[in-house]
Design a protein around this ligand. Sequence first.
Ligand code: SF4
Ligand code: SF4
Ligand code: FES
Length: 357
Amino acid sequence: MGTQDAPAKAGTTRHFRVWRGDETGGDLTDYQVQVNEGEVVLDVIHRLQATEAPDLACRWNCKAGKCGSCSMEINGMPRLGCMTRMSTFDEAETVTITPLRTFPVIRDLVTDVSFNYEKARETPAFAPPTDLAPGEYRMQQLDVERSQEFRKCIECFLCQNTCHVVRDHEENKPAFSGPRYFIRAAELDMHPLDTKTDRKEYAQASQGLGYCNITKCCTEVCPEHIKITDNAIIPMKERVVDRRYDPLVWLGSKIFRRGQSEVEQTPHDPDQINAAHSHAGGSHGATAEAEAERGVHWGRQVPQPQAPAVDSRGRLPISEFTFDKPAAPSPFGDDVTFPIPAQDLNYAHPKQPEQKD
Ligand code: SF4
Ligand code: SF4
Ligand code: FES
């Protein structure tokens, strides 16, 4: 009371390029939009809808980074529109907004993310002990806290969109559930009351855990800062490796898992093992491997993900576990900083130009 509000800072007019189109194709449209202090990209989209582009389609709900609806690619980086401040960008910078590339476009910035719901349905649900009624479950606080990190997921699917295994490889989608469902598997695997003891094996055999070469790009884009790779994927991979290669663990698992559901039979033929594990955690065939080698097409040269070398028995050298960057370099490239300049963006979504080998 008594004090006068400071006069609002006049807005500036900024240049935006927004992808407009549908499943048949589309292109970037240029707009000059007023931007005011403190605004986020979603505010600008709302201003566009209120002024010159009333038919611009965009999904959103909470405008607070909690519903996971407003996922989009802003200057090439998968982000939430409501959590990306306009002050992130230089005043003279063009801001390019495109839909998530991994999922089919419905219209403008809205994509069909039902791939994720299918994968959610395929993931076996929490299986509490049958001899306990709801309300009788007891857990140590330590166990609650371990899985709490994964419960923060807002299902924005930015990690799913970023993962190079499916980003440019539609053919991998049937066999690969993606990082969001790896954290679900890890969460249940750590849950002391979950009676399904084959979560890791299921992740390896049915969710395509072996396709992941721990590039950490999913972790890089997660708005909830969930350490997807370090805290979910790598521990599961390590335990799968233990199960497969430690003879005592393998023998014990065969004895003690009798009578429980087994989702995967460990191959006994060494050739089969080598074929299935041509690199760390890898379980895909030669064609899929060649495809993976081609890496991500960002419209510019980026380092190709390389699987770490393994010895004749398919084992990783110990240095792989101590090196600060396990496995492959980030497909974003270690030398790339965000936002990516507009001229370097590959925005030909949803149809990608032919890749040159
Ligand atoms: S670490 Fe890389 S390959 Fe593995 S799930 Fe995440 S984005 Fe995909
Ligand atoms: S893990 Fe993170 S990036 Fe992936 S869906 Fe959940 S909140 Fe989004
Ligand atoms: S609108 Fe809900 S996360 Fe952006």
